[in-house]
Design a protein around this ligand. Structure first.
Ligand code: ATP
Length: 376
């Protein structure tokens, strides 16, 4: 592993609670890790600790196997060979693009500097822009210059803190894909912070969901979405609701009795099978992390029903009333209410444009049945 954080703790003066608490993760060389979570969950504190800009109060940070940060030892930021890109790109507006990019390599001989500047500008798709001024460039171009500047000294790790948040939505998504391509082409290991899950999905090989200083899950996007390890991850990633259900033993199976009918587990502690009108499909339960995690033993539980799990079907006997709808281009996100009062979310193709208050037929088509202990 290239970057290893073991039980990392970061405390800020005047705060009783640590901003980062006993956080452990590992990132392989060449991989892009993304940290995501609500405002104040400790993402920036973690990134700054890795950079050496904020002291570590407990645990360890290792780069390539060497200890660079702990409560007892802190390798200065300039010796960690880490490149950083921030939200506001912080370019020098009165300097040319070339001089901005050369900022971190001014000790190199001039010819080498110029060659490296040209090389990284080519990498970010701005070849030949050396003599333009930073203030003449668009926001997206400026952010690519910031990336080129951070890459120029050949850092062994890149840290990016909300690098796209000052850009408009369209540009953000395009740039997220571009930046992934650039980091991969440069072969750089990177850790990026964002609060936007689409950005995280577009960029990350591995994604960490943080909440109140703790890492709830560190996994690829598919696993986070389909096998959330905690209620918080289930709620934070994607659209869905946690609905009350009861797990009962029936035959050799555990059955989740849900507001949308029975979902059947193959074995008491094994994978779950969703019985759907299209046939049974095998689903997996999350890997339990701790007491907040998946429930597969009989009793009251909450089952995760994603907006994609609820299918609108005029012939379905189960009816739900449309409480709210938001147009998302190809589909609507409907907020529905069952006669029991239970709310659900459903993605429905946008040609099914029903009125608010209308009752529509729905059924469950659950590929991954995920259950958690009932909330107190
Ligand atoms: N320099 C500081 N001094 C004191 N407290 C701080 C400092 N920086 C952050 N904190 C506190 O630490 C906690 C985590 O903040 P942090 O900025 O790491 O979160 P974040 O997830 O990056 O948030 P955001 O998405 O809003 O940037 C917050 O409670 C914050 O108030």
């Amino acid at each position: 592993m290239f970057l290893e954080l073991s039980r990392l703790e970061v405390r800020h003066a005047g705060h009783a609670q640590a901003a980062v608490q006993a956080l452990t993760l590992a990132l392989r060389a060449g991989d892009i890790g993304v940290l995501i979570g609500p405002s104040g969950c400790g993402k920036t504190s973690l990134l700054r600790a890795v950079a050496g800009l904020t002291p570590v109060s407990g645990g360890e940070i290792r780069l390539s196997g060497s200890l660079v940060g702990s409560a007892a030892l802190s390798v200065p930021p300039e010796l960690r060979r880490i490149g950083m890109v921030f939200q506001d790109y912080a370019l020098f507006p009165h300097l040319s693009v070339g001089r901005n990019v050369a900022f971190g390599i001014h000790r190199l001989p001039r010819a080498e500097q110029a060659a490296r500047v040209a090389e990284v500008l080519r990498l970010v798709g701005l070849d030949g822009c050396e003599n333009r001024f930073a203030h003449e460039l668009s926001g997206g171009q400026q952010q690519r210059v910031a990336l080129a500047r951070a890459l120029a000294p050949r850092p062994r790790l890149m840290l990016l803190d909300e690098p796209f948040s000052s850009l408009d939505v369209d540009l953000r998504e395009r740039l997220a894909h571009e930046v992934r391509g650039i980091l991969k082409a440069a072969g750089t290991t990177a850790l990026l912070v964002t609060h936007d899950q689409f950005e995280a999905f577009a960029l990350g090989d591995v994604i960490g969901v943080m909440h109140e200083g703790q890492l709830h899950q560190w996994a690829d996007a598919y696993t986070l979405y389909h096998r959330p390890a905690t209620r918080f991850v289930a709620d934070f990633i994607g659209h869905g609701v946690l609905a009350p259900a009861t797990l009962v033993q029936r035959g050799g199976h555990v059955v989740a009795q849900t507001p949308l009918g029975d979902l059947v587990a193959q074995t008491p502690l094994g994978d779950l099978v969703a019985q759907t009108p299209l046939g049974d499909s095998v689903a997996q339960t999350p890997t339990p992390l701790d007491e907040r995690s998946a429930q597969t033993s009989p009793g009251a539980c909450d089952v995760l029903l994603r907006a994609d799990d609820i299918v609108h079907d005029d012939r379905a006997p189960l009816q739900a009333q449309i409480m709210r709808k938001s147009f998302r281009g190809a589909e609507f996100l409907y907020t529905l209410r069952l006669a029991s009062g239970q709310h659900l979310l459903a993605h429905v193709p946008s040609h099914h444009d029903h009125a608010l208050g209308e009752w529509i037929g729905i059924r469950a088509q659950v590929d991954h049945v995920v259950t958690f202990p009932r909330a107190p």
